[in-house]
Design a protein around this ligand. Structure first.
Ligand SMILES: Nc1ncnc2c1ncn2[C@@H]1O[C@H](COP(=O)(O)OP(=O)(O)O)[C@@H](O)[C@H]1O
Ligand SMILES: [Mg+2]
Length: 207
């Protein structure tokens, strides 16, 4: 059994707490901490297993490594997303809430958003609502091969179990496109104080 405590604590959302894996600093363990969490987590894990079978590229999602028993109940192991300097990556929400940061990373944000959409379409990754707090912007200096990128850490899969949309490319593409445009609209709406946000979304949508 793995023992989790405050020393390893990273953050929490509405349903899950996220800890650094005590035996691997590049992995995290997520545990449910309230009742509503179970159904959602199980749905998501079922979808992750489906993606593992499909051998997707994992360049836009934190990779999943299976379950583990912890002192806080069943935990699920994922890649812990860190910036090049070792800090845990911050959500896109943080970067677009600040006009200054949007300016600083403007070109990279445009590229990363375009790349994220391409990756979702290529691997037919279905998501529930895409939220900027559930996407981490991982900073890697641009002189490395990798560059900065956006990685989704939460809310993947579909409410209907193993949906038709995950198998039929045309259906999947339609669904991904719809969810994506809703996501871009939410970025504009939630960051209306940021004078660069409209231009950013416009640039993401142009070729
Ligand atoms: N793979 C990860 N790498 C780095 N931080 C993460 C990762 N997964 C989750 N986190 C952090 O933990 C928080 C809660 O995780 P999340 O999966 O979003 O839980 P919830 O389902 O409750 O929203 C996230 O908002 C993020 O700050
Ligand atoms: Mg979340």
């Amino acid at each position: 059994m793995i023992h989790l405590n405050d020393k390893y604590y990273v953050s929490r959302g509405l349903h899950r707490k996220c800890y650094i894996h005590p035996e691997n600093e590049n992995r995290c363990i997520k545990v449910n901490y309230n009742e509503g969490a179970k159904e959602e987590t199980n749905r998501e894990i079922a979808y992750y297993k489906h993606l593992i079978r499909r051998k997707i590229a994992w360049n836009s999602l934190a990779q999943y490594y299976g379950a583990i028993t912890t002192n806080e109940g069943v935990g699920h192991i994922f890649d812990l997303i860190r910036d090049e300097d070792g800090q845990i990556a911050k959500p896109l929400e943080y970067y677009v809430a600040s006009e200054e940061l949007t300016k600083k990373y403007y070109d990279s944000l445009v590229d990363s958003l375009k790349n994220l959409k391409t990756a979702l379409l290529k691997d037919r990754i279905i998501t529930m609502t895409i939220k900027s707090k559930n996407i981490l912007f991982q900073l890697y200096s641009n002189n490395t091969q990798q560059g900065n990128r956006l990685i989704i850490i939460d809310n993947i899969g579909n409410s209907t179990f193993i949906p038709v949309a995950s198998y039929i490319r045309f259906m999947a593409e339609k669904k991904i496109e719809r969810t994506w445009q809703r996501f871009l609209r939410s970025l504009i709406k939630e960051n209306s104080n940021n004078k660069l946000i409209n231009q950013l979304i416009h640039d993401v949508n142009s070729n």
